[in-house]
Design a binder for this molecule. Structure first.
Ligand SMILES: [Zn+2]
Length: 414
């Protein structure tokens, strides 16, 4: 819900500040004259606003620009080191954290293992996880040696259904959580705003911010690995859906009565195309006595299946191709609904290479409607752990540069 500020005068002032700040961020180095021309603000208003930015350290004056005959204009640029944010991704086994500047450059990142032992299907007490998240953030800040007062906010990404507005994890398949408050306890500890977002969404925001999706109005990020998910950008806007659940493509039913999914239903895309699905099918084939080198392999992992495929094992090659084909069918459905110009395939499963993604591409072309796939670009990009945490940091940065009517207040310290 948008927060309308008290007093229209303050609001207008803040909108003007935001307009000028975004121009400096996107067009800088830029002169005051140019800011006034592009924003429609009066030169006096621009002078006042930019003086405030300079006083707070958010904007720097820099070497003079091109002279057009008269006095050379002084140019302004955003000081990317005026503030910092921390992004974390909560994974099943670890917390990945990164500290970035205002340009989303990672200054420091770390991996903090989760030492809690939990068995599949058993809910994990959030009391066991939250302190590890807080400690991971503390250590990231300490190790980066950034002044604490320069921190602007914390972004948290995790798998599942996330209510960002309330800062609550509505459903986590990995931890068995329902309605667990995440943002509030972390915000209380650090005294900073905390933004919660689905992890695939954080990756999508990162792609829009500095990845392949930069400047692309219609694109979808599809992640494949432990699960299958999607993040959607339509008309240049990140698309969240009513409950923040847009993009749960992993749970569209592709095979009635098919294999059981983590969500409790059968035949979901995720149950057919994820890494665990490939391993499950390999086990089943070994159990049926199908000839394969995998019968001798322990532990049976996606990496083992990939290695066997590379070594010429027919079963391993077929299982990767089957999973890729199911993924392609799921992506074709996305193409028919959203007609994107770009699909970015990321996530840990991307290591499985062309054995999986060749058949995926073929299936997208085969199953997309008419010519919708003709000009579609598909990029397969391995995303390192750090990228996910950087994405969570981008959620905070996105808030900083958002128009004031839509955001909670984030202040840059003087
Ligand atoms: Zn499912």
């Amino acid at each position: 819900m948008a927060h309308l500020r008290k007093g229209n005068r303050d609001l207008i002032k803040e909108i003007n500040r935001n307009l000028a700040l975004n121009l400096i961020k996107s067009r800088g180095p830029i002169s005051r004259t140019e800011i006034a021309r592009l924003s429609g603000l009066s030169p006096a208003t621009v002078s006042g606003i930019t003086a405030e930015f300079i006083a707070s350290g958010l904007v720097h004056e820099m070497a003079e620009g091109e002279s057009t005959g008269g006095r050379r204009p002084v140019l302004l640029r955003l000081n990317h080191r005026a503030g910092f944010v921390v992004g974390i991704k909560l994974m099943e086994q670890a917390v990945i954290s990164a500290l970035t500047d205002l340009d989303a450059q990672v200054l420091h990142h770390r991996i903090t293992p989760l030492t809690t032992v939990h068995s599949a299907g058993q809910p994990v007490n959030p009391e066991a996880i939250l302190p590890v998240m807080i400690q991971a953030i503390e250590q990231t800040i300490a190790e980066s040696q950034v002044e604490r007062r320069r921190l602007l906010g914390i972004g948290v990404g995790l798998a599942g259904l996330v209510d960002g507005e309330a800062g609550i994890c509505r459903y986590s398949p990995f931890f068995g959580w329902r309605d667990v408050p995440i943002a509030e306890p972390i915000a209380a500890h650090f005294g900073l705003p905390v933004y919660l977002e689905n992890d695939v969404n954080t990756l999508t925001i990162a792609e829009q911010w500095f990845g392949y999706g930069h400047g692309v109005d219609h694109f979808v990020v599809v992640t494949v690995g432990r699960g299958v998910g999607a993040g959607i950008v339509a008309n240049g806007q990140f698309y969240r859906g009513t409950l923040g659940g847009a993009g749960e493509v992993g749970h569209i039913t592709l095979q009635q009565g098919g294999p059981l999914c983590d969500c409790g239903k059968r035949g979901c895309l995720e149950a057919l195309a994820s890494d665990p699905a490939i391993v499950r099918e390999a086990r089943a084939a070994i159990g049926r006595g199908e000839p394969t080198a995998l019968a001798q392999v322990e532990p049976l992992t996606l990496e083992a299946v990939l290695a066997a495929a590379e070594a010429g094992d027919g079963l391993a090659q077929r299982l990767l191709a089957d999973a890729g084909r199911w993924l392609g069918i799921g992506i074709a459905a996305l193409v028919n609904i959203l007609n994107p110009e770009l699909i970015i395939v990321g996530g840990e499963g991307v290591c499985a290479g062309e054995w999986r993604f060749g058949p995926m591409r073929e299936a997208v072309r085969a199953y997309a409607f008419n010519s919708l796939a003709d000009r579609l670009k598909i990029v397969v990009e391995p995303s390192g752990d750090e990228t996910w945490a950087r994405g969570a940091a981008c959620v905070v940065l996105g808030e900083l540069f958002k128009p004031p009517v839509q955001r909670e207040s984030l202040k840059v310290p003087a």
